[in-house]
Design a protein around this ligand. Structure first.
Ligand SMILES: Nc1nc2c(ncn2[C@@H]2O[C@H](COP(=O)(O)OP(=O)(O)OP(=O)(O)O)[C@@H](O)[C@H]2O)c(=O)[nH]1
Length: 377
C-alpha cells in the first residue's frame, strides 16, 4: 500500500484569486536548485497565451490547458494532459518528481482537485499532495466579500500563503488572518512576500485531506454523473443555474458537454476566455497588435487607464513589442498596482507581437481596444 502511494506522482494544485502570486510562486519553484523535475500545468485564462509565456525557463515541461472555465471543460483537459505526462519516461524513475497545476484565478479548485479522485487512470498514477492557496494581503478582504471562488479557494486549501505582506500593515494582516481562519480553521497560514515560502511548505506535504473536504462538500468524491472524465458535474449543476452567488454566467454556453475529450468543441469567438463570462459581470478582454508599439504612448495610456478604471480592473497583463527595443516589455497589474519591466530579448524566430489581457468588471471592450491600438508606433 505504502509502496503504491510512494510510486504515485504527487500533484500540487496552486490556486488563489487573480493576481495573488501563483505564477510568482511557480517561478520560484522552477528556478530553485532542487534537482527535481516538475511538470507544470497552467490553466490559461483567455485565448492568447500569456501566462504560459510568463513562466520562466521551463518551456518543455509547461503544459497549457486552453480555456478559463474550470468547471466545464478543464477536467477533460486535465485528464488528457496528465495521461500524456504519464507516458513520458525517465530511466528507472517516474517521468516527473511532481506535477504542479496552476489554476486560473477565477477557478473554484474543487473540480480540479476532484479530477484526481474520479478518473481511474489518473487516480492509479498520481496522488493529490495538497491544494495550496495564495492570498493577496492587500485585496483579499474585498474579494472574500464579492467572490464565491475566492472563498472556495480559501476553504479548500491545505495550506494558505498570505502573500504580498509588504502591501499591508500588521493590523491588516492580523485581520485578514482572522478572516481566513474563520473560513478554514485547519490550513496553516504562512506569510510571504513575493511568495518566498520554503518549498517544503508547498511541495511534498502529503496534505490533501479528503475527509475535511468531504465535510465541506459531501458530494466531492462522488460526482453527480459519476463518470470518469465527465465534466458536467455537481459544480456545474448548481453553479450554472441556481447559485447567483457563484456568479458564473454561461450565456455563451454553446459547447458540448458530452465531448470533454475534444477541447475544440469549446472554442468559440467572443469576449473573455473562449466567450465565457465569469462571475456575472467579470469579463476578460484579449487585445493584440502585430505592429510595434510606441513605448511612451503605451505606458501613458496604461497609467491613465489604471488610474481611472483600476477599481474595476481585477487583473491585467501583457507582453508588448516596443519599437526600437530588442527586449519584450512585460507588464502586470492588480487593480492600480502596476509592475512592468523589459525582460528577455525576442527570439530570432519568435513572433514579435503585442498582446494583453484585461480582466475586470464593466470594461468597455471597444474603448480598450481603441486605446490599445492607438499606442501603435
Ligand atoms: N508588492 C508585491 N507584489 C507581488 C508580490 N507577489 C507577487 N507580486 C506581483 O503581483 C502581480 C501578480 O503576481 P502573479 O504571480 O502573476 O499572480 P497570479 O496569481 O499568477 O496571477 P493570475 O495568474 O493572473 O491570477 C505581479 O505583478 C507580481 O510581481 C508581493 O509579495 N508583493
Amino acid at each position: 500500500m505504502t509502496d503504491t502511494v510512494a510510486a504515485k506522482i504527487p500533484v500540487t494544485v496552486l490556486t488563489g484569486y487573480l493576481g495573488a502570486g501563483k505564477t510568482t510562486l511557480l517561478n520560484r519553484i522552477l528556478t530553485e536548485d532542487h534537482g527535481k523535475r516538475y511538470a507544470v500545468i497552467v490553466n490559461e485564462f483567455g485565448e492568447i497565451g500569456i501566462d504560459n509565456d510568463l513562466v520562466v525557463g521551463a518551456d518543455e515541461d509547461v503544459f497549457e490547458m486552453n480555456n478559463g472555465c474550470v468547471c466545464c471543460t478543464v477536467r477533460g483537459d486535465l485528464i488528457r494532459v496528465v495521461a500524456g505526462l504519464m507516458k513520458r519516461q525517465r530511466p528507472g524513475k517516474p517521468a516527473f518528481d511532481a506535477i504542479i497545476v496552476e489554476t486560473t484565478g477565477l477557478a473554484d479548485p474543487g473540480p480540479v482537485a476532484q479530477t484526481f479522485f474520479v478518473d481511474d487512470d489518473v487516480k492509479a498514477k498520481t496522488r493529490l499532495d495538497s491544494v495550496t492557496t495564495l492570498v493577496d494581503a492587500r485585496h483579499v478582504m474585498a474579494r472574500l466579500d464579492d467572490s464565491r471562488e475566492a472563498r472556495e479557494q480559501v476553504a479548500f486549501a491545505d495550506r494558505i500563503i498570505l502573500n504580498k505582506t509588504d502591501l499591508a500593515t500588521e493590523a491588516e494582516l492580523v485581520a485578514v488572518e482572522r478572516r481566513l481562519r474563520a473560513l478554514n480553521p485547519l490550513a496553516p497560514i504562512t506569510r510571504a512576500e513575493r511568495a518566498n515560502v520554503p518549498l517544503d511548505q508547498v511541495l511534498g506535504l502529503g496534505g490533501f485531506d479528503l475527509e475535511r473536504i468531504l465535510d465541506i462538500h459531501p458530494e466531492f468524491a462522488n460526482p453527480a454523473h459519476g463518470e470518469a472524465g465527465h465534466v458536467h458535474d455537481e459544480h456545474c449543476g448548481h453553479d450554472h443555474h441556481d447559485h447567483h452567488d457563484h456568479g458564473h454566467s454561461h450565456d455563451h454556453h454553446h459547447h458540448d458537454h458530452g465531448n470533454p475529450d475534444n477541447p475544440d468543441t469549446v472554442s468559440e469567438p467572443g469576449i473573455g476566455p473562449r466567450g465565457h463570462d465569469h462571475a456575472d459581470d467579470i469579463k476578460g478582454i484579449s487585445l493584440s497588435l502585430d505592429r510595434p508599439m510606441n513605448g511612451v504612448k503605451f505606458t501613458a495610456w496604461l497609467d491613465q487607464l489604471l488610474g481611472q478604471q483600476g477599481q474595476n480592473i481585477l487583473r491585467a497583463k501583457g507582453i508588448i513589442d516596443v519599437q526600437g527595443e530588442d527586449r519584450r516589455l512585460v507588464f502586470q497589474a492588480v487593480h492600480m498596482i502596476l509592475e512592468g519591466d523589459l525582460q528577455r530579448s525576442w527570439g530570432p524566430d519568435e513572433r514579435r507581437w503585442s498582446r494583453a489581457v484585461f480582466i475586470g468588471r464593466e470594461l468597455d471592450e471597444a474603448q480598450l481596444r481603441a486605446g490599445f491600438e492607438a499606442c501603435a508606433a
